[in-house]
Design a protein around this ligand. Structure first.
Ligand SMILES: Cc1cc2nc3c(=O)[nH]c(=O)nc-3n(C[C@H](O)[C@H](O)[C@H](O)COP(=O)(O)OP(=O)(O)OC[C@H]3O[C@@H](n4cnc5c(N)ncnc54)[C@H](O)[C@@H]3O)c2cc1C
Length: 93
């Protein structure tokens, strides 16, 4: 006989403010980004249809790409915008 005991997410390290569902799973968007921009959740801790190894691995790839993009966007927004009355320039260099 196999007794199904269920699952409960180990979410004690989840930062305050990150949205979780009524069962404690972290709610993310398609990029695995949580309700706090720049914080990502993957694998069994994330609310989704199925908990399988291949999904956790795919989540890791998705979140890594999205996190890298998030950091690049932050860096480019940190560049100053120099303005004169005639010319406005902005960029990453
Ligand atoms: C009995 C069982 C059978 C399963 N069979 C299959 C199967 O046949 N095929 C399949 O695809 N999937 C199976 N799964 C599901 C699969 O194991 C999970 O979906 C997958 O392991 C999720 O990966 P994860 O990285 O999200 O979590 P985990 O694999 O649970 O990894 C989380 C890691 O974080 C560590 N950790 C926790 N808290 C902290 C902390 N505070 N600081 C540092 N580290 C911490 C844990 O020690 C753990 O090593 C099974 C699961 C169970 C329970």
């Amino acid at each position: 006989m196999f007794i199904f005991v269920g699952f409960s997410p180990n979410n004690q390290i989840v930062p305050v403010g990150v949205e979780v569902n009524s069962s404690g799973y972290i709610i993310t968007d398609e990029k695995c980004e949580t309700s706090i921009p720049g914080i990502f959740a993957i694998g069994d801790l994330r609310q989704k249809y199925a908990n399988q190894i291949v999904i956790a691995a795919a989540d890791g790839c998705t979140a890594a790409l999205a996190a890298a993009h998030y950091v690049e966007m932050k860096k480019s927004r940190a560049i100053c915008c120099f303005e004169t009355t005639e010319v406005v320039s902005a960029g990453t260099a």
